[in-house]
Design a protein around this ligand. Structure first.
Ligand code: SF4
Length: 328
């Protein structure tokens, strides 16, 4: 089921660890710790967890965007291990096979370049002529519902609203016709109405193009309507991975249960809002055993001594001693 048996894997990540070098020190700081996951062709997968869980570092590792990060393991994309490619080969994959959109479109857009030139640039750097690149830029802006796209090719980012800017950034990502789109908190900076529009748009475009999406968010509330599968990350590890409806209906990991409980409901008073007690550990201060144990109301002795393995549990993968047959 990871990915579903009927779907062909597009990307398979095996034993991926990401270490960030420390100033003056030999050993790096382990941010992502030995994770496995797959994404099928056209599959929509959400990667959720609080800030600092390692979600964005994982996404950037798939694109190999952090030159100082030390990556180990395997990232197999359509049969080629991205970790063995030269930087020149990797540049070919970025944009044409895998593309990424970020949270704050304004920081991604060049305020001095027109929208048309910015969307076309992804193609221009691949040697596509100006006229053809502009034609494709217009077509993708149209597809993404940018009003009067032909007239607005000559407009600048500040002339667009927040939601329209996110569409432009999406157009820049999609113009190269990637097979996997990594969307890192793409709706976080937007108001709820625009957030829904962007999610609908991602939904449409992914269905129409057969585009796989890795959707990164700290907000489980936006996941249920969009993703088919959800992976929950805590302290650099994937602690639960399963069908989105199954996970929402019956979360197996205490951390997932806490995240679901913390999603605000319309019928809820502000005073009733739940928050998981405590905060995630810094990578240099992970507790022994299960990293969630200081915050977990189900923790028992074994949790403070032994890191739980990721094990299959009724069609999901879960890293929690409560679900290990060896038990307590
Ligand atoms: Fe809680 Fe123990 Fe499970 Fe960790 S392994 S989530 S501490 S019950």
């Amino acid at each position: 089921m990871f990915p579903s048996k009927t779907q062909k894997p597009l990307v398979e990540v095996r034993g991926l660890s990401v270490d960030m070098p420390l100033a003056g020190g030999k050993d790096g700081l382990r941010i992502v710790d030995n994770i496995d996951f797959s994404i099928a062709v056209g599959e929509r997968v959400a990667l959720v967890g609080e800030s600092g869980s390692g979600k964005s570092v994982t996404a950037r590792a798939v694109m190999r965007l952090d030159p100082v990060a030390r990556l180990s393991g395997k990232i197999d994309f359509e049969g080629r291990d991205l970790l063995t490619l030269s930087e020149k080969e990797m540049r070919h994959y970025r944009g044409s096979s895998i593309a990424m959109v970020f949270q704050d479109p304004m920081s991604f857009l060049d305020p001095l370049m027109t929208i048309g030139d910015q969307v076309a640039e992804t193609l221009r750097i691949r040697g596509i002529g100006r006229v053809e690149a502009r034609k494709r830029a217009l077509s993708v802006l149209d597809e993404l519902g940018v009003d009067r796209a032909a007239e607005r090719l000559g407009s600048y980012p500040h002339e667009f609203s927040g939601g329209m800017r996110q569409r432009v950034v999406l157009a820049m990502a999609l113009v190269g016709e990637p097979k996997l789109l990594i969307a890192d908190e793409p709706t976080t900076a937007l108001d709820v109405r625009v957030q829904d529009q962007v999610l609908d748009l991602l939904d449409d475009v992914s269905t129409r193009r057969g585009l796989a999406v890795l959707f990164i968010t700290h907000d489980l509330g936006v996941v249920a309507g969009f993703a088919e599968r959800v992976m929950v990350m805590y302290s650099g590890r994937i602690v639960e991975d399963g069908d989105v409806h199954a996970v929402f209906k019956d979360p197996k990991h205490p951390y997932t249960r806490g995240l679901i409980r913390a999603v605000p409901r319309i019928d809820q008073d502000l005073e009733e809002l739940y928050a998981i007690p405590g905060a995630p550990p810094a990578p240099m201060a992970r507790p022994a055993g299960c990293p969630f144990n200081p915050r977990c109301s189900d923790a028992f002795d074994r949790c403070r001594a032994e890191l739980p393995a990721v094990l299959p549990v009724t069609g999901e993968r879960v890293a929690c001693h409560l679900h290990d047959r060896k038990g307590a």
